[in-house]
Write a protein of this length. Structure first.
Length: 341
């Protein structure tokens, strides 16, 4: 969450986007999502597969191509509202410069028929026509060396690179124009542990050096975010269910889903290593026809009849916690304490 003393670099207010199927059915994969990331800050977004994380990432960069459609809400980057802008203007003046994106399966994002330097030239010239190729090369060399890649990689084709090198190449290309906000969608999921650590360190180094101002890091591995981001937002079935600092979410979460998610994965952090693993029963709801009440109700051990009656709003408690549940925070904590006995 952005404090009043921190200027918001990325602000999202009640963003709703949907997929429209060939049968004209609407799937609200991002449902009234709000978030804020301050200058120099990082936000992690976690949740199980299908919760809307990647759709949110595409929505944040204005990537509205059928079947994905913008419905409502606003996206503001460094004080500039980009929702409602002409798509061509977004592509020319926003993408890559104001906000950039590392996609899932980033290793497949490179053109197999182009040398890496030619791919980068296309990216830069699309935004800054007339930039001398020598200047592009020098900037690319600088970025690549910062990410531990020799300048010789610029003359290679993607097929000549290892998976880890391709991943770093995509990252270097994504930040070639020094974007204010970087959206990283599971950038380390296809890598081995050593390469994962290297990629994450490189992204954080980009922030430390001021090449990017703010970071949104998306993953289904919630504990990973504890070591990467300042704050964490948890999504479930297209909605935000809890937002807090990394410490709060990992060690002191409030929402039943967040606690269940933490209890279903192995956590190496001290204080959680001995927690017994438990599976979350059931499956997420079908977003073609979501339930009228709490979307987690069918899987929640604390469910009450009133949970199924009406939509549950996201609210902030007196202690500053933001979560989506009709049960008061203190009552939830009492339930959790009782379970420990």
């Amino acid at each position: 969450m952005t404090t009043p003393m921190t200027r918001a670099m990325l602000e999202v207010n009640e963003l709703t986007t949907r997929y429209i199927t060939r049968f004209r059915e609407s799937i609200y994969a991002v449902d009234h999502v709000s978030l804020s990331v301050g200058d120099g800050k990082s936000l992690g977004i976690a949740g199980e597969s299908g919760c809307g994380k990647s759709t949110l990432a595409l929505s944040l960069i204005g990537y509205y191509f059928p079947p994905l459609h913008y419905t409502s809400g606003e996206i503001i980057i460094d004080g500039r509202t980009i929702t409602g802008m002409d798509p061509d203007e977004v592509r020319k003046t926003i993408l890559g410069r104001e906000i950039s994106y590392i996609p899932q399966a980033a290793m497949n994002a490179l053109n197999p028929t182009q040398r890496i330097i030619h791919f980068i030239e296309d990216v830069v010239l699309a935004h800054h026509p007339g930039t001398p190729k020598k200047e592009i090369y020098e900037r690319a060399r600088e970025r690549f060396e910062l990410l531990g890649l020799p300048a010789s990689v610029l003359q290679k084709y993607p097929v000549e690179l290892s998976g880890g090198m391709k991943q770093r190449t995509v990252i270097a290309t994504s930040v070639i124009l020094s974007p204010k906000v970087l959206i990283a969608d599971e950038p380390s999921s296809a890598l081995d542990v050593t390469s994962q650590k290297m990629v994450i360190k490189m992204i954080l180094d980009l922030m430390d050096k001021g090449i990017i101002k703010s970071l949104v890091f998306i993953t289904h591995e919630l504990p990973l975010l504890y070591n990467v981001t300042d704050d964490i937002m948890v999504m479930y079935a297209g909605q935000v269910v809890e937002i807090g600092s990394a410490d709060e979410i990992v060690f002191d979460s409030v929402h039943p889903y967040t606690r269940a998610l933490m209890g279903s994965i192995i956590v190496p952090e001290k204080g959680l290593r001995d927690v017994k693993l438990t599976a979350i029963p059931g499956t997420p709801p079908n977003l073609k026809n979501p339930p009228s009440g709490c979307r987690f109700a069918d899987r929640c051990k604390y469910v009450r009849p009133e949970c199924r009656v009406a939509p549950v709003d996201l609210h902030e408690t007196a202690s500053g916690r933001v979560y989506r549940c009709i049960i008061p925070e203190q009552e939830l904590r009492t339930l959790y304490e009782h379970e420990k006995r």
